[in-house]
Design a binder for this molecule. Sequence first.
Ligand code: PMP
Length: 366
Amino acid sequence: MSMKIREAVKTLRPYQWEPSTDELSKKLGLRKEQVLRFDTNTMPSPPKELLSKLAELLPGLGVNDYPDTSYTQLREGLAKYLGRRVEQLTVTTGADEALDIVAKTFIDPGTEALASKPTYSFYSTIVEVMGGRLVLAPRREDFSEDVDALLEACSRQTRLVFICSPNNPTGNLTDRSDIMKVLEESGCPLVVDESYAEFCGRTVVDLVDAYENLIVIRTFSKAFSLAGARVGYMVAHEKTVRLLNKVRPPNSLSVISLALAGLALENLELLRRNVQWVTEERERLIKALQVIPGLQVYPSQANFILIRFKTPPAPEAYRRLLQQGIVPRSFDEASGLGDCLRFCVRTPEENQALINALERLVTERL
Ligand code: PMP
């Protein structure tokens, strides 16, 4: 049977999923506990206190019914957490669904979106699914956002601009003044992806009152330790939220995930503890890795670290770390980061295992 598929899907370059821990343990001949996921940018363990509280709520949860499709209760919690109004919020299945909704709202076939390279690779997937093209402007040598290059790449075809801050995979923030410049001069909707914002405490959510073209995307997947629950949200001007809600599917979140996210907002001390230990561990890791010859370690405002490898080269380091169960995130040459690997912060013991493994790799070569 020959199925007629959309042109955009024929040429689509699919998003590269990370392999599962099960697959990796089989491939490497290691037990599942020996596979250390330094590649997923998640937290190393589930939030046990929240899960116990959820267990108490479970018997009363109305899973026989659909959730309240406007997710009002969670939006009320978020409004309080962010100091925003409920009307400025809409809830999504992770930040990824938020990105998808934005692309569906603004990208017509043949139009363009804009981001600066390197950045989160899912942006190109969602734009290409809609028949658009993601144009990438260069970042500066130190990976800082070059807003002038970004604005220069803006054309009449540009429908959407993405700024990831802190940026995955480079770990750095975009200045608030640069974000305001893009909001004022691009004439386009601007998505600021703040998936990692809790790790640095800096945000532009307060700018949504002044700028109708700002859409801030956030998630419970990172600092809240809830990637498996799949809860994200968008913060924007009331008018923009109404527009995005036209495209949003009505019932994509589960009642259970909504309850868990609600509990996370009622127990913010857990978030503060997560952020505290992750940022301390991140700085300890950076300090320990910086002194290893042959590695260039970039500063980070998030829960991961980007490292440029001179000796051994990144593909060799990747292979040898993987054999020991240490799973880094690698990048293709087209991203400009073929000589880099990215590692997320894990437990102190696991981070020490990473430091030791990298020291061994380099000293064996000297
Ligand atoms: N944006 C960025 C920059 C990310 O790194 C990720 C996670 N890989 C996401 C969005 C998607 O996060 P979520 O789990 O909320 O869909």
